[in-house]
Design a protein around this ligand. Structure first.
Ligand code: SF4
Length: 703
């Protein structure tokens, strides 16, 4: 690094895309990011994937929002009918003062006329910890309730629910780099090669040095090549498969009795429960033969040190919490928690979904997952926040808020950096809800599909244009640093939230993000011994951090769990079928997800030149035999139809997808996958079943 003459300065920061949290050196020339190099961060050791290396020029897109906008009185009806390059038939330019007043007046008017609960907020996992903290504080103190949520509801809410229930903490018990110390690792319902590419390099190295890599997934994804065991099971049958594996472990006496006696509760009831899941019978449900189930059980339980990694293939089901309960029980059964090379690790999605969740951007908990129903917790925040009483009633979650829009219970929203008009399940229903709002304030860097429904649009700085902390999947709190100025009049999100709070009558005075972080440290034990100055100097500190000089702990719970009795809990899980299953009208299974080149709803990566060139348009993946059966070849269009809607999309041939499945990424507005997905919710995590919808696939005729 530093050996090139083609930049003016270099600024160390963090990649703004996935939860791996790779550290980067941004090379800046003429106030533009000229190029990016990986640096020696704790999660990436110099490595970057294609998004981190080539994905930054979205910030220089001519489509950036540079001035505040207000909806014109003579605008056409709200909908996806705005040209981002020419929005002037729908919006007019406004000064910051005018836009903030309009935003606050509209929201406060609804609060005063219909009560605080008529307004809700979606914050963002792409913003900093300080911004997430301020956003939830604004909703809780400005409107007097807890209707504040963010995209964790759509990715790992069920994992967090199970982890909190069974081990007392929603974060990972070990960083992914701990795989270096493991003998065996299970990767289930995750496709790290595409979604957490730098983490995947550690998994591949682990396999290369002889580690047993067990990949469990309905799609035969890229990590399969490195796996010692690949279990391509039937979608939605996770509980049957995992309970069968645990049945074998207990039946053959491979469980760690000493660990179970010393650190857990509920084993006897759990043992009785899994006795009914013999592998022969479960094999018929999950499609994996009994002998393979037995082999995998022996490999995992027989290893000295084992880890479990999972992604949204586990969490995005109506039985997502049950899936995660099984994984936690499997680790506890084998004593694979709390030592180097052991642990539970849900691979977090967005760059700061861990930090935004920690900061309290969740309707049922305050920062650090302290329940809003706890009197002592509310008293703490009342005192910290100048006497405002906190509502003891948990708020609504993302999908519940959409339903409340339709019921006219929610009439106004403040949406910061989220794009529910693309990311919500049954998205036409969500778009209809957005169109029904009396007042919508959207704060973003682009005129997203959601911003098209807004009454007021506040232009925000992108991640490389501001300073603040983010927390990655490993619990590493890292410092993101401003490298270039924001375009036009765009401002940092924290500054806009503070300005809006003042317009709402709140007495807020933060001079910079370090003051916000200092307030967070007063309320959040997870930040003990982590200071702004340390992060400026050291770049990253992992929580929990036992002393001011410690880099933090990668592995936790070696001496007990943060539950009332200090012991982890075995929670039995029953087999629940998906909310809808294939039938005569909808005979195949639709599953959705991300691709290597594109990030979530595509707002950033589809405006990144290299990434857009690599994957310029939507395609769905079908097995070659399915293409033949449909009478199409790769590149032809098919029509996908579910009970929610229908769309046409080009095909690609992919042997990793089984013949009864279709995979569709959700980054493309022209074939928006969530038109098709099911909004049925997991009852605990309230996460929708993105990973399973019954679908009809038909040829739409060759292009
Ligand atoms: Fe960025 Fe994730 Fe790629 Fe690292 S792995 S460079 S954090 S997108």
């Amino acid at each position: 690094r530093g050996d090139r003459a083609d930049y003016d300065e270099e600024v160390d920061s963090v990649c703004p895309f996935c939860g791996v949290g790779c550290q980067v050196s941004l090379k800046v020339k003429d106030d533009r990011i000229a190029y990016v190099q990986g640096i020696d961060g704790p999660a990436n050791e110099g490595r970057l994937c294609v998004k981190g290396r080539f994905g930054f020029d979205y910030i220089h897109s001519p489509e950036r929002l540079t001035v505040p906008l207000i909806r014109r009185e003579d605008a056409p009806p709200k909908g996806l009918n705005v040209d981002p390059a020419n929005p002037w038939t729908h919006f007019r330019e406004a000064t910051w003062d005018e836009a903030l007043k309009a935003a606050a007046t509209g929201l406060a008017g609804l609060r005063d006329a219909h009560g605080g609960r008529s307004v809700a907020g979606f914050g963002s996992a792409k913003c900093t910890n300080e911004e997430a903290y301020l956003f939830q504080k604004l909703i809780r103190t400005g409107f007097g309730h807890n209707n504040v949520d963010h995209c964790t509801r759509l990715c790992h809410a069920s994992s967090v629910a199970a982890l909190q229930e069974n081990v007392g903490s929603g974060a990972v018990t070990a960083g992914f780099n701990e795989i270096e110390n493991a003998d065996v690792a299970i990767v289930i319902g995750a496709n790290p090669t595409e979604n957490h590419p730098v983490a995947a390099t550690y998994f591949k190295q682990f396999a290369k040095r002889g580690g047993e890599l067990i990949v469990i997934d309905p799609r035969g994804q890229a990590l399969k090549r490195h796996a010692s065991h690949m279990l391509q099971f039937r979608p939605g049958t996770d509980v049957a498969l995992l309970n069968a594996i645990m049945h074998v472990i207990v039946e053959e006496g491979l469980h760690d009795r000493q660990y179970i006696d010393g650190f857990t509760d509920g084993f006897e009831g759990f043992r009785a429960h899994i006795a009914g899941f013999d592998p022969e019978r479960m094999s018929e449900i999950c499609g994996i033969d009994a002998e393979t189930i037995r082999t995998v059980a022996r490999v995992f339980a027989g290893a000295q040190r084992g880890m479990i990694f999972w992604g949204m293939g586990v969490s995005q089901h109506i039985h997502g919490t049950d899936n995660a309960r099984c994984l936690i029980a499997l680790a506890l059964l084998c004593g694979h928690v709390g030592r180097p090379g052991t642990g539970l690790h849900p691979l977090r999605g967005q760059n700061n979904v861990q930090g935004a969740s920690d900061a309290g951007l969740i309707p049922m908990v305050m920062p650090d997952y302290a329940s809003v129903m706890d009197d002592e917790v509310r008293a703490l925040y009342r005192d910290l926040w100048g006497g405002t009483e906190i509502d003891p009633q948990p708020g609504l979650t993302v999908v519940e808020i959409v339903e409340a829009m339709h019921a006219r219970q929610i009439r106004g929203m403040y949406i910061l950096g989220e794009n529910p008009a693309m990311s919500d399940p049954d998205v036409e229903h969500a778009r209809d809800g957005l169109a029904m709002l009396d007042h919508l304030v959207v704060q973003d860097i682009f005129l997203t599909e959601t911003a098209m429904f807004a009454d007021v649009i506040l232009p925000a700085a992108a991640f490389p244009e501001k300073t603040g902390t983010v927390t990655n999947t490993n619990r590493q709190v890292q410092m993101g640093r401003r490298a270039v100025p924001a375009p036009g009049q765009a401002r940092e999100d924290w500054r806009i939230v503070v300005d809006l709070a003042r317009q709402l009558g709140l007495d807020w005075s933060y001079a910079d993000p370090s003051e916000i972080f200092a307030e967070m440290t007063r309320a959040m034990p997870s930040l003990d011994n982590i200071t702004w100055d340390r992060l400026v100097t050291e770049g990253a500190v992992q929580y929990p951090c036992p002393s001011p000089n410690s880099p933090g702990e990668s592995v936790v719970f070696g001496d007990g769990f943060p539950r009332a009795d200090g012991r982890a809990l075995f929670a039995p899980a029953r087999v629940t079928p998906p909310a809808e299953t294939p039938d005569e009208d909808f005979p195949m299974i639709l599953t959705t997800g991300r691709q290597l080149e594109h990030w979530h709803t595509g707002a950033m990566t589809r405006r990144a030149t290299v990434l857009d060139a690599m994957e310029p348009g939507a395609t769905c993946s079908l097995h070659p035999s399915t293409l033949r059966r449909l009478g199409v070849v790769a590149g032809d269009k098919v029509r996908l139809t579910t009970r929610r809607g229908s769309l046409e999309v080009a095909t690609r041939s992919d042997r990793a997808v089984s013949p009864d499945m279709v995979f569709l990424p959700f980054a493309y507005v022209e074939a928006a996958a969530n038109i098709l997905t099911n909004a049925a919710l997991d009852p605990y995590g309230k996460i929708p079943e993105f990973k399973y919808s019954a679908v009809r696939v038909e040829s739409a005729g060759a292009e």
